[in-house]
Design a protein around this ligand. Sequence first.
Ligand code: MN
Length: 285
Amino acid sequence: MTSKTRSVAEIVEPQPVIEGAGVKLRRSIATRRLNYVDPFLLFDHFGSDDPKDYLAGFPMHPHRGIDTVTYMLAGLVDHKDSLGNAGTIGAGDVQWMTSGGGILHEEMPKPKDGEMEGFQLWVNLPARLKMSRPRYREIKADRIPEVRRPDGVRVRVVAGTADGVRGPVTEIAADPEYLDVTVPGGVEYVQPVPEGHAAIAYVFEGEGSFGGEGAQVVAATRLVVLGDGARVRVTGTGDHVRFLLLSGKPLGEPIARYGPFVMNTQKEIEQALEDLRKGTFAWRG
Ligand code: MN
């Protein structure tokens, strides 16, 4: 047993990239600087006051070997996929999509009240599940519990557990935790995170001090990669700090990635491309 508080290992400035049919977004994982934080393969923050930055969206495209997780703060994303799912996710909603052996889907952002903002995370699947049946989960905002502590800390629990409250997304191989945390200025927030799990925090409002001894102040908008330890400690330093706290069990498997496919070997990537050419890509049970 150790009482180690996780310290800041790295602070990453999101990089502007253009994806899909011309969507401007800010990418923190899946860049030259930071290829992945096992089991997390990609982290994007999208949103703009100008719909021209995102309306072209992400027309029909494939995924294989990963989970894609979309969490909306504002605006809407219309979606449909090769499993027959279709709908709209809005502010506070989460779409947790397990691509497994192959899914084709479309993700089209739209403004609501002039706003559109959200995040997409990719979580790796272990080799044994990369060719599994795809699974789609849409969780509406009112099904995501919010913990409200007397000191003003608020935690929306998408996956994992905070103060004994469990999030609705379960049965994910990487055993992820996905929390949306708001900490008022001058208040300390502590969250246990299993030792050996990777942990990152994406600071998107305000600023806070991360770590125990030698804590570092991080202001929005930055990704914080946390070192190993038994808990995360954050103190609000301005008016408040708001961040996503994400943790998960590293898979420790080889990673071969090419665009929307993440497999274990280059040969499996070539197979994905061939399946796409032959029209046999999407999973059929
Ligand atoms: Mn996609």
